[in-house]
Design a protein around this ligand. Structure first.
Ligand SMILES: Cc1ncc(COP(=O)(O)O)c(C=O)c1O
Length: 481
């Protein structure tokens, strides 16, 4: 039994964490060290020793001149950036700082609609006005896929005064838009490209994976080290490349957004993750991809589950370390199958949507983890293979709702809560976001449509979580403009 604190104390978070860790689940979720199973990271006894503050000799994240400066420079070199900032508040604060640095109040930003909520909050803080582009839709898996070059070009032509372009690559499903073409296009309009590469901090270290955005010259690239490297939550990097970005503004905004008590533990692991990947990343990913290849083959040969791969995509590339298993053929939502995996097989995946289970695999996952996952899916196949497939519900048909009130106007507007089912035509105050993946269906200031209501209701009905929908299925709507 792990845990040294008496479970008789009223400490619900600690108790729940110990209960979870005592189950020793097979982990396909973040953080990438998988409960410390990565062999390259410090052992548990050392962790307390690293939890210190800015005492002499240990530098200062907000004005680095010593070890933090050195570690950030080493990271810039390893990831191919001109400058790297350590983020101790996740990619979230890096995305917000990037947008605040690029856009002033009223500036337009061209944004892939499959953005994380952090991009929306970044635009709220900056006072930027989004011009959304809808990603393509992968009908077999019922997920959004890539941003089409022609759609980005159209948005650039129609919004020549836009401050820049913001894309998410890879998306949560590991699907990658054509970064080389996007960089070329955005730069041909003289604009700045920000890439949310929260799910792609590992890409740089293997030529068997899609290349990282920095390799093709994205101006700003933000990566959650804690998702795919052996870093601690919420360690992340913000990289800058080229001369289009005002680095001093980034520094200024990070100063505002990041805590004044930066955790050394998180920073040390950002440094360790960089060093581990720089030295052994290629081999680590090679071994992982070999295990994943066996998983793909055995699931394809022995079950009716459909595992996403580049071959099965209409357009785009995939990050081969990300497992997306489509469960539509089994008559059960992926939310239910996620529960079965947890309760019957002691496997915790990263997330599910209606039709897909998503697993994050990293160097800390061993071959036996993938074998357990494979055995569980084979077993589930035996039990449910004769069920009729789940009905089609898809977000594809939903247009991007009209933005009636700009993001920076919302904070002080009066509002009320009302039933989601009666909110057709009302203006949303909040971000209504199935979580994970955290991609908003309705953004603040947008009109709630019948299609959105139907889609959100379906997600809830099948057991998904939706942030922005409160007890009794209520949402926050504006009461005046
Ligand atoms: C695409 C994407 N961007 C940004 C974020 C925010 O990252 P972080 O948790 O490091 O703040 C997430 C979180 O899941 C994400 O999925």
């Amino acid at each position: 039994m792990r845990g040294a604190v008496s479970i008789n104390l009223n400490i619900p978070i600690y108790n729940a964490l110990m209960k979870y860790s005592n189950r020793s689940p097979v982990s396909f979720h973040m953080p990438g060290h998988k409960e410390g199973k990565d062999s390259n990271i410090p052992n548990a006894n050392e962790l307390y020793l690293m939890d210190v503050t800015e005492i002499p000799g240990l530098d200062n994240l907000h004005q680095p001149e010593g070890i933090i400066k050195e570690a950030q420079e080493l990271a810039a070199k390893a990831f191919g950036a001109d400058q790297t900032f350590f983020l101790v508040n996740g990619s979230t604060c890096g995305i917000q700082a990037a947008i605040m640095s690029l856009c002033k109040k009223g500036d337009r930003l061209i944004v892939g609609r499959d953005c994380h909520r952090a991009a929306v909050s970044g635009m709220m803080l900056a006072g930027a006005e989004p011009v959304y582009i809808k990603p393509e839709y992968e009908d077999n898996f019922k997920i959004s896929s890539v941003l089409k070059i022609s759609d980005i070009e159209k948005a650039l032509m129609e919004n020549q005064d836009a401050a820049g372009v913001y894309i998410t690559r890879p998306n949560y499903y590991g699907i990658c838009s054509d970064i080389k073409e996007i960089c070329r296009l955005v730069h041909s309009y003289g604009k700045v490209l920000i890439v949310d590469e929260a799910h792609g901090a590992h890409l740089k270290f293997s030529d068997k994976l899609p290349c990282s955005a920095l390799e093709h010259g994205s101006d700003i690239c933000i990566q959650s080290a804690h998702k795919t490297l052996p870093a601690l939550t919420p360690g992340a990097y913000l990289h800058v490349k080229g001369s289009k970005v005002d680095v001093e503004k980034i520094r200024y905004n990070l100063d505002i957004l990041q805590t004044s008590s930066p955790p050394y533990l998180v920073m040390a692991f950002l440094d360790i993750s960089r060093a581990v990947m720089e030295k052994d990343g290629e081999q680590i990913i090679e071994w992982l991809l070999e295990d994943i290849k066996k998983f793909h083959k055995n699931i394809d040969d022995n079950t009716h589950f459909n595992v996403l791969s580049k071959k099965k995509l209409n357009i785009g590339e995939t990050d081969g370390t990300r497992l997306v298993i489509n469960t539509k053929n089994y008559g059960l939502s992926a939310f239910k199958i996620e529960n079965i995996l947890r309760n019957k097989y002691n496997i915790q995946v990263e997330m599910s949507d209606l039709y897909n289970i998503v697993c994050i695999t990293t160097g800390a996952n061993k071959g036996e983890d993938l074998k357990k996952l494979e055995d569980a899916f084979c077993d589930i196949d035996m039990n449910f293979k004769n069920s009729p497939p789940l009905a089609d519900i898809c977000i594809e048909k939903m247009d991007i709702p009209e933005q009636k009130v700009q993001l920076d106007q919302l904070m002080h507007k009066s509002f009320k809560r009302m039933k989601l089912t009666s909110a057709n035509g009302m203006i949303s105050r909040g971000m209504i976001t199935p979580y994970p993946p955290g991609v908003p269906v309705v953004c603040p200031g947008e009109v709630i449509t019948e299609g959105a209501i139907e889609y959100i209701n379906d997600i809830l009905k099948f057991g998904g979580n939706v942030n922005g929908v409160y007890d009794g299925l209520e949402v926050q709507v504006l009461t005046s403009l």
